[in-house]
Design a protein around this ligand. Structure first.
Ligand code: GAL
Length: 327
């Protein structure tokens, strides 16, 4: 593994290049992904992520999101008589992505551990009780494992709280498989292993879970844009911005994938999470798409048995994997 250290706005960056020609650039600010370059079918190295036009860490692109991801209705929740009062940064009512004090803006510690087959970059952060309105001290580690001989990145979220609390951690990377944004993501082929999708209200809060209609059915790979102008896809969201509930979880199956026939590059996403929020970069002409692997965004209110509650005895541990191939 070739490892190059650098800095961005005072935070450490680290670029890892494996023997298969992939370069992953990470940053301690937001424990995030600044860039992923993989070879296309002609062996040309292509950028497959999109940063905000304003630059890294100016919006959510590539960053770790927490303590919770997506929208929590009314920006409050309760566990065992303790109440969290979160920032109301969604229409002044709900919480989105943990608020402005979220993990996306924190500078993490960095440790690098190399083995023969892979290198781990471990980002650490101690979140104090009360931060962002959440309760409990939380010790967080975000580990990126980069494999040497295959273009595979494993991202693990491990966290230990000092009391029962809620976490729902994801990464908000924006993908475009054509490389260097040569085509909108609506022309790319999407697969999602989900037969159920969240129904959203006008503030994009999940109000129910429905079986997928053809507009939301990606179980047979098809163009992301096929139904993009349909009223059911545009309503409230202007494109896809929906939680898809996966038919099974685990690193032995593909949760979703994205393929561009222009570059030949295919991304496969595998995850231990039950849900993937697909956000199609709806206000840029669908330049890219996010696959935010996470729990039900408002799970704490709607399915508290499976929402990311963790304890000192049962710490938080979830993993998402990205695999790149060409065909
Ligand atoms: C997504 C969210 C979108 C939008 C985006 C950030 O996770 O679902 O509605 O807020 O983040 O621009």
């Amino acid at each position: 593994m070739k490892i190059e250290n650098g800095s961005y706005e005072g935070a450490k960056t680290i670029a890892l290049t494996n023997k298969s020609g992939m370069t992953l650039t990470l940053c301690a600010l937001g424990a995030g992904i600044m860039s992923i370059k993989v070879p296309d079918r002609d062996g040309i190295s292509r950028e497959v992520t999109r940063l905000a036009d304003s630059g890294y860490a100016k919006e959510y692109h590539g960053l770790t999101i927490g303590r919770t991801s997506g929208r929590i209705e009314n920006a409050t929740f309760e566990i065992d008589g303790k109440t969290a009062k979160l920032e109301k940064n969604n229409h002044g009512v709900d919480n989105l992505h943990g608020g402005k004090d979220g993990f996306h803006g924190k500078v993490f510690s960095v440790a690098v551990n190399s083995a023969a087959e892979y290198t781990d970059v471990v980002f650490g952060y101690d979140s104090p009780d009360g931060e962002g309105g959440y309760f409990g001290n939380v010790k967080l580690a975000v580990t990126y494992r980069v494999y040497e001989n295959e273009n595979k990145i494993t991202m693990s979220f491990d966290a230990t709280p000092d009391c029962k609390t809620l976490l729902d951690l994801t990464n908000h990377v924006y993908w475009n498989m054509s490389g260097d944004l040569r085509e909108p993501v609506t022309d790319q082929t999407v697969y999602i292993n989900a037969s159920r999708v969240g129904r959203l209200n006008e503030r994009l809060i999940v109000v129910d879970i429905d079986p997928v209609t053809p507009q939301f059915d990606f179980r047979k790979p098809r163009k992301m844009g096929e139904y993009i102008t349909d009223e059911s896809v545009q309503r409230h969201t202007h494109g896809y911005d929906h939680p898809f509930f996966l038919d099974g979880r685990g690193l032995d199956k593909t949760a979703c994938s994205l393929y561009s026939k222009t570059s030949g590059i295919k991304l496969e996403v595998k995850t231990t999470y039950p849900c993937v929020v697909v956000f199609g970069d709806n206000f840029t002409g669908y330049k890219s798409t996010c696959f935010e692997c996470q729990y039900h965004p408002d799970g704490i209110h709607q399915c508290p048995d499976d929402c990311g509650i963790c304890t000192p005895e049962k710490p938080y541990a979830e993993t998402t994997e990205y695999v790149f191939t060409v065909k």
